[in-house]
Design a protein around this ligand. Structure first.
Ligand code: C5P
Length: 393
């Protein structure tokens, strides 16, 4: 969303107030936002509110000022990187489908060549009406993106489908599609993430400092690249990325069972998880009582990635290595030992790399000791480079 020009079109549904939150979230995500309202929408929310939140004047119906109007609708339409119509009434959907341009918003929607995202919100019978559904099909066939409304109690008092989805999800949806490519179309990619939790007893476990941020960024980028993406994740604090199949696990043994189950059917595995090397030999069934001292016996966990490498057929395998010294030397050895197609190595002793932080500084190591070092960049940019490297492989 960073520096993207977004026009939000607000039409006269009761959910118009939620568009205020949408505009605010888009701005927080780094977008420059202009709002266009239909005349009726201004009866639900004052344009002043949208003006304050967007920091731009709000365009409404400009027929009274014809001298400006012609120029202005084209100016908006060419300025926009994307249009979001939220909430979209049956009326605006009907106008869009039929090429009607009788106010500022509908005219801009015809004049723009930017991608258009439509979030229908209305009474469930209206939404289900064949006229509305056919109009939506027409828009879909022209490449307009339509977000399914949520189900629940509607403002009109009935239960049904027609609620405007939560603005947070609208932002994720638009962001996802604006960054979409097709470099992994038709491929299935499994990404692991997070630090595994190895249970000691029902209330305690051993884990590590992995935040999951790198793996989640990779999963998002894989899905944006068009791959059918499966994210196998140990517990993290993060929101599930848009567009992935999410499989939560806890321990290394659980993660191994899940990944092995998928392995035959995937085209690539990216093991970004920080898998615990050891687990507690015997997990206690009941909470262990306090003692003056105690010793835990640890046994080695299977190396999931090495196992995948040993039985590799058509799959591409990308591993990670977090080291505090001899990063490249250890990395080259890991590529050989685990039979990898690429290893992403990072020195986690550096302040701007590795655990918890939002940036990373990595080196790609390939079989034959070929090396590509990247500068410090955000984890989302590193993820994009990894996905490009996978597509190249
Ligand atoms: O050997 P090392 O633990 O440094 O290797 C790290 C890579 O191996 C990572 O990709 C990690 O996800 C994977 N790994 C694994 N199973 C383990 C330990 C690490 O798959 N038990």
């Amino acid at each position: 969303m960073k520096d993207k020009h977004i026009v939000v079109g607000v039409t006269a549904g009761i959910a118009a107030y939620k568009a205020v939150d949408l505009v605010s979230r888009l701005r927080k995500a780094g977008a420059d936002v202009k709002v266009v309202m239909t005349k009726n929408a201004t009866k639900f929310v004052s344009p002043l509110v949208f003006g304050e939140i967007s920091k731009h004047p709000v365009a409404v119906d400009m027929f009274e000022e014809v001298h400006d109007w012609n120029v202005e609708h084209i100016a908006y339409a060419t300025w926009a990187d994307a249009y979001i119509v939220a909430p979209a009434t049956a009326n605006i959907i009907g106008k869009m489908a039929n090429g009607i341009a009788d106010d500022m918003l509908s005219t801009q929607l015809l004049a723009t060549t930017a991608p258009i995202f439509v979030c229908p919100a209305m009474n469930s019978n209206m939404y289900a009406h064949p006229a509305v559904q056919e109009n939506l099909d027409t828009l879909r066939s022209r490449g307009v993106m339509i977000m399914e409304p949520d189900s629940g109690l509607l403002a009109c008092g009935v239960e049904g489908k027609g609620r405007l989805p939560n603005p947070e999800n609208i932002v994720k949806w638009v962001d996802f599609h604006l960054g979409k490519t097709d470099i992994l179309n038709g491929k299935t990619v499994l990404v692991s993430a997070g630090g595994t939790q190895e249970p000691i007893d029902p209330v305690r476990f051993i884990t590590n400092r992995s935040s999951g941020k790198m793996g989640y960024a990779i999963a998002l980028k894989a899905a944006q690249a068009g791959a059918n993406t499966i994210l196998v994740s140990a517990p993290t604090e993060l929101d599930v990325p848009y567009g992935v199949t999410f499989v939560p696990v806890r321990s290394a043994m659980e993660m191994k069972a899940v990944i092995d189950g998928y392995y035959h059917d995937v085209d690539a595995v990216i093991m970004a998880a920080a898998v615990a090397d050891y687990r507690v030999a015997e997990t206690a069934d009941n909470k262990i009582k306090k003692q003056d001292s105690m010793a835990l016996e640890l046994v080695k966990n299977p190396d999931i990635l090495a196992g995948l490498g040993a039985s590799k057929a058509h799959q591409k395998l990308i591993g990670f290595a977090a080291e505090t010294q001899y990063v490249i030397e250890y990395g080259k050895e890991k590529v050989r030992k685990k039979n990898l197609d690429m290893l992403v190595a990072n020195d986690v002793s550096k302040a701007n790399a590795g655990f918890d932080v939002d940036t990373n500084e990595v080196t790609f190591i390939y079989p034959g000791d070929q090396i590509v070092s990247l500068p410090t960049m955000s984890k989302i940019d590193v993820a994009e480079r990894i996905i490009q490297a996978l597509a190249d492989l």
